[in-house]
Design a protein around this ligand. Structure first.
Ligand SMILES: Cc1ncc(C[n+]2csc(CCOP(=O)(O)OP(=O)(O)O)c2C)c(N)n1
Length: 662
């Protein structure tokens, strides 16, 4: 088919690349009509962008496509049979039926797919770009977004972060004029989305998104700049969504003349005409390309449709929620323990971070004010000076962006940690944690070893937004691990374990313990197993099951009650997800009485989970109903006098006495 030279060869392969996704989509629309497919988000009319972007990039550049970007997958040479298995929800697809259509990644193809939450992958692209930058590679990362999704906070956080860190990211905006039914005029007030670029201090361009050559040229130019350290570019490609948001929703809200006008600019027809006019291809050659593709697509779809739906069991599904742990706990020897100097909790955290950075070059720390300033609690003091600001990084004031970027780093082999300045601000990173970090391994098998540290808890008169305990928000999320160390020894050993586990781990550090809790902390490296509780104090008359600062309260109460002749056992859970049911049950079977205790509000608190399991597993051994004690069901108040009313601490002794005499 090529008439002359390399340039024409490239045009012909670009032609094939743009025709293939169009033809696959036409097939999918047929399947939808026949009821063989449940849903389809069409990219018809927008193919020039996915194909133009992919063709202009190098094979090792990462791409993060969205729901209309079939052309990224086909242009990257993803195996079509496996792709159809995925699109049709069959066994052998990339997610094995666990997630739909384009919600998957394939790292060998350097593609990281989307989750449903719009905007969520944009900061992930920053992390992938940072990974390359840290390794001194010249590669770029291209991340797609629709016009509507640019209104999401993640868009702002990601673009700003890429700008500040001069990351080689191409923000590919497919402005197809609508976000579902909402026209752009109701989405943003500037003329073009690319107008936002100067505000971030980066380059921005508006490009004809229906001209595959214009797309390719713009990407080549922006990628070239990014590869030479000139930072990100916001590329706005004007295009049009020729079909409904998804097939069922139709296009009734779109003026028919608008559809007609854009139909004239169809990117596939336009490129074909261009090639015919230039004499690069003939009409019969074009027809032959289509005939070949049609036969291949029909044959593959028939084969895949005949395959069974995914077959699994509860055991197999549950086994894939977490990546197999890479942690081989190395607890300190008795002699190391005996020689351990006394340290404060905050020192133990800092030692763990120091140890992690020193042992593993893949460890990168993110956080607000964590570099020269050392973090507001001084957990990272001195680390930037020793390990450099490339590894101990101040982020802008972003939580979602930081977690997303950490996920990107993790996907490309790093082991990042984010310090939330206060645990309370994790609300602003919630989506990234519960939907991106927690679900990626289960969905498509990529490890996301990200550690998130959260200084939690009250007792300091810090008010409703600097005092919360948020374990219950996260213990409900399969795919996360959650630890809550109560002692300096555990603070170091569990944090180092979190770095080595190979899964996303949240570490809840009680702020009240940072400077009040002191104890032996062995020097050097050691790790503790995740999911194993400890008996903080042995006893026979009742068990208190608790964690974090609750351990300190329970130990003190047990001491007081010992003087009254009672023997109270205190179980320190250490890990809340997964939690050590066996150790707790063994204790309660021995004492026959249990009180679960936490600082967080009682209703829906993690104690409810504990109490329910104890009641079920130890029913025949219990001499009294399981008692629950927690904070009152209210925000944590500012005034110390009011905060004491909220806190369960003052109510603990009475509650225990009642239980012991029940
Ligand atoms: C965070 C979030 N909010 C709402 C939705 C529901 N939703 C799915 S697609 C869509 C419109 C997206 O518009 P745009 O970003 O312009 O992309 P397009 O679909 O036009 O390609 C909406 C509102 C979602 N998926 N995620």
């Amino acid at each position: 088919m090529p008439k002359t030279g390399v340039a024409n060869e490239r045009l012909v392969s670009l032609y094939k690349a743009i025709v293939l996704p169009r033809m696959i989509e036409e097939k999918m629309l047929n399947l939808l009509r026949q009821g063989k497919l449940s849903k389809w988000f069409s990219g018809i009319g927008q193919e020039a962008i996915a194909v133009g972007v992919t063709s202009a990039l190098e094979p090792d550049d990462f791409i993060l496509p969205m729901h209309r970007n079939l052309g990224v997958f086909t242009s990257r040479g993803v195996d079509l049979e496996r792709l159809f298995r995925q699109l049709l929800g069959k066994e052998g697809g990339f997610t094995r039926g666990r997630d739909r259509t384009f919600h998957f990644g394939t790292l060998p193809h350097r593609i990281v797919g989307m989750i449903s939450h719009l905007g969520a992958m944009l900061p992930v692209a920053d992390g992938l770009a940072l990974a390359g930058q840290l390794r001194g590679e010249k590669r770029v990362t291209a991340t797609f977004t629709g016009d509507g999704s640019t209104s999401e906070g993640d868009f702002h956080e990601a673009v700003n972060l890429a700008a500040v860190w001069k990351l080689p990211v191409l923000f590919i905006v497919e402005n197809n004029q609508y976000g579902l039914s909402t026209p752009t005029i109701e989405q943003y007030a500037c003329k073009d989305i690319a107008d936002k670029a100067p505000g971030y201090g980066i380059a921005g361009r508006v490009v004809d998104g229906n001209d595959v050559l214009a797309v390719s040229d713009a990407v080549t130019e922006a990628a070239g700049r990014a590869r030479t350290g000139m930072g990100p570019t916001l590329l706005e490609f004007k295009t049009f969504r020729m079909r409904g948001h998804e097939e069922a929703s139709g296009t009734a809200y779109v003026p028919p003349e608008m559809i007609a006008a854009w139909a004239l600019k169809d990117p596939v027809a336009r490129f074909e005409t261009h090639l015919l006019e230039k004499g690069v291809v003939t009409a019969s050659e074009c027809a032959a390309v289509r005939t070949t593709f049609k036969a291949e697509i029909d044959e593959l779809v028939d084969r895949v449709l005949a395959l069974p739906d995914p077959d699994s069991t509860a055991e197999r599904e549950l086994a894939d929620v977490y990546a197999p742990s890479l942690l081989a706990p190395q607890e300190p020897s008795p002699s190391a323990l005996a020689a351990a100097p006394e340290r404060r909790y905050v020192d133990a955290v800092r030692e763990a971070l120091h140890e992690a950075l020193a042992r593993d070059p893949r460890v990168i720390l993110f956080g607000q004010d964590i570099a020269e300033y050392g973090g507001v609690f001084k957990c990272t003091e001195g680390l930037a000076a020793e390990f450099g600001k490339a590894r101990v990084r101040n982020t802008p004031i972003i939580e979602s962006g930081a977690v997303g970027a950490a996920m990107g780093l993790a996907l490309d082999g790093f082991v990042p940690m984010i310090e939330m300045q206060f645990g309370d601000f994790v609300t602003c990173g919630f989506n990234q944690i519960v939907n991106n970090l927690a679900k990626t391994y289960y969905r498509w098998g990529a490890r996301v070893p990200v550690v998130v540290r959260l200084p939690v808890g009250g007792g300091m008169g810090a008010g409703p937004f600097h005092s919360q305990n948020m374990e219950a928000w996260f213990t409900h999320v399969a795919g996360l691990k959650v630890v809550a160390p109560a002692t300096p020894y555990d603070a170091k050993g569990l944090l180092l374990a979190a770095f080595e586990d190979g899964n996303p781990v949240l570490v809840l550090e009680h702020k009240g313990l940072y400077r009040s809790a002191k104890g032996p902390v062995p020097a050097g490296h050691y790790t503790l197993p995740l999911g194993r509780a400890r008996i903080a104090r042995a006893g026979t008359d009742a068990t208190v099951v608790t964690y974090g600062v609750g351990v300190v309260w329970a130990e003190r109460a047990a001491e007081t009650l010992a003087a009254e002749g009672y023997s109270v056992e205190v179980i320190d859970l250490r890990t809340l997800l997964p939690w050590d049911v066996e150790t707790v049950a063994a204790s309660v079977r021995k004492t026959s009485k249990a009180l679960v205790l936490h600082e967080a509000p009682i209703t829906g608190g993690f104690g409810a989970e504990l109490a329910a399991t104890i009641s079920r597993d130890c029913f025949h051994d219990l001499d009294a109903p399981v008692e629950r004690l927690g904070g009152l069901d209210m925000p944590v108040p500012f005034s110390k006098a009011l905060e004491e009313i909220y806190m369960p601490k003052a109510r603990l002794l009475d509650a225990l006495r009642r239980l012991l005499t029940a």
